[in-house]
Design a protein around this ligand. Structure first.
Ligand SMILES: C[S@@+](CC[C@H](N)C(=O)[O-])C[C@H]1O[C@@H](n2cnc3c(N)ncnc32)[C@H](O)[C@@H]1O
Length: 449
């Protein structure tokens, strides 16, 4: 198996002060950040640390091309730093838009919440004699039916309809949408810890939970969060702008101007076969944004950069290593060609015949586009920070951090530095086969002079 040793091991293995970088758990405890538990979100403290380290100040502008649940942009707003953010997953985008909208009329929220409560109670009274089971079956796919007790699901349905049909302003609907989304997994009787849902495992603590009560409590909590966040934010936050887009960060020419950005802080999907679209399946089905695997593929999977084998159609030429990659870095191209060739051989001897070969080539084709765009939008004398993980499909080690660093040099960055954030177990996600590679999460810093 080939080794990729383009730069000295002693530089590569320098551990960073992980205390400063925090963990995702920090965000689960922080107001607004915790409105939605998104897998693979990073700690808000990591963003703060990067802004301090790179001396980004009020009035400057940062960009996150993989905005996700908006950690980077939320921190920016708290510090009166301008931000751009791009997220391709429409459901996640709607959540982030809501988290950044602090001007919402909080009194209207309280009044409208009372209306939702009244509507739900009124609707319930009209249900005498209605076959609830049939109604729910007509409304929801099997997965949703399995995740909730019948009474709870009925309440959730009535709340959802009250939000959607109550005639509220769009931002109020968004606020309620996030409130209801954030209690879904709490009131579910299935083991629904992120990222997996296990509908056949019962969580009995949820059986006694009243969905309407939980929803009302959550909305009040969110109102309090906005007040608390405003009171601790840099008072100049009102002068900052936050241009966020539900779009594809492989091409943002019409969205983010050339040389307009002072810092990039981002975490791309890791090359670890994590299917972001699938992991939001419960929510997508509940909100009628998709009814089936195929609809999720069409509406969401197809918009995301390649990072899971579930996105791959084998004979699509997009999964051939791009010639652009050869032009930018022959070294990276050669390394990847060999890895992809090994993987295409290995898959033939494995039960699942997973398309890890195409996964690797698709991932780096896409990352080349992202890094080129990041280079274009950055000003001179700035840095782009990528938090990412390496991987070892079928035991073939792909040192993502080094490859991204080299691609960075190829598109025009002057240097790159890799700091190892933590080492990860050798389990290849979604694949019971273990290998003996120690994987790592790293911070790759690209410098544009
Ligand atoms: C590791 S997550 C980022 C999490 C984020 N840092 C947070 O705090 O929530 C990667 C995100 O990239 C998004 N993504 C994937 N392909 C994309 C594309 N082509 N353009 C924009 N976003 C994309 C995924 O939907 C996912 O939300």
């Amino acid at each position: 198996m080939q080794q990729f040793t383009l730069f000295p091991i002693e530089d590569r293995d320098k551990p960073v002060d992980t205390q400063e970088w925090g963990t995702f758990k920090d965000s689960l405890r922080a107001p607004i950040h915790n409105w939605f538990t998104y897998p693979a979100g990073f700690s808000y403290r990591a963003v703060e640390f990067s802004l301090r380290t790179h001396q980004i100040r009020r009035g400057q502008t940062i960009y996150d091309p993989f905005m996700g649940s908006g950690t980077t942009n939320l921190v920016a707003k708290q510090h009166a730093i301008n931000s751009y953010g791009v997220e391709a997953h429409p459901f996640v985008f709607r959540i982030t838009r809501t988290k950044l909208h602090w001007d919402i009329d909080l009194d209207a929220i309280r009044d409208n919440l009372r209306e939702v409560e009244l509507l739900v109670r009124k609707q319930k009274q009209t249900l005498n004699g209605v076959d609830i089971d049939a109604r729910l079956k007509q409304e929801f796919p099997e997965l949703v039916l399995k995740c909730f007790a019948q009474n709870t699901l009925l309440d959730l349905l009535l709340i959802r309809d009250a939000i959607e049909e109550g005639g509220f302003a769009q931002d109020v609907r968004d606020f309620f949408f996030v409130g209801l989304t954030s209690i879904l997994r709490q009131v579910s009787t299935a083991a629904t810890g992120w990222p997996y849902i296990a509908p056949n495992k019962q969580k009995t603590t949820s059986l006694t939970k009243d969905a309407l009560q939980e929803f009302v409590r959550q909305v009040h909590r969110m109102v309090k969060d906005i007040r608390a966040t405003i009171s601790t934010a840099d008072p100049h936050y009102k002068d900052s702008f936050h241009h966020i887009h539900n779009a594809d960060s492989r091409d943002v020419k019409s969205l983010v101007p050339d040389a307009s950005i002072d810092h990039v802080f981002t975490s791309p999907p890791y090359l670890n076969n994590f299917d972001y679209a699938d992991r939001t399946r419960l929510e997508l089905y509940f909100w009628r944004e998709a009814k089936s695997w195929n609809e999720i593929s069409k509406n969401i999977r197809a918009r995301l950069i390649t990072s899971a084998t579930t996105q791959i159609v084998r004979d699509d030429p997009r999964y051939d290593l791009a010639d652009d990659l050869r032009v930018v870095s022959p070294e990276v191209y050669d390394f990847l060609s060999n890895s992809v060739r090994d993987l295409s051989q290995l898959r033939l001897g494995r039960g699942g015949k997973k398309s890890y070969d195409h996964l690797v080539s698709g991932y780096f084709n896409d990352m080349l586009k992202i890094i080129s765009e990041v280079f274009r939008v950055l000003k001179h004398n700035t840095q782009a920070v990528f938090v990412l993980g390496d991987s070892a499909p079928y035991g073939v080690h792909i040192p993502t951090d080094e490859l991204i660093g080299k691609i960075g040099l190829g598109v025009g960055f002057s240097r790159y530095q890799i700091d190892v954030l933590r080492e990860r177990g050798g389990k290849w996600n979604d694949n019971p086969q273990r290998h003996d590679q120690t994987l790592r999460e790293s911070i790759v810093t690209l410098t544009k002079v």
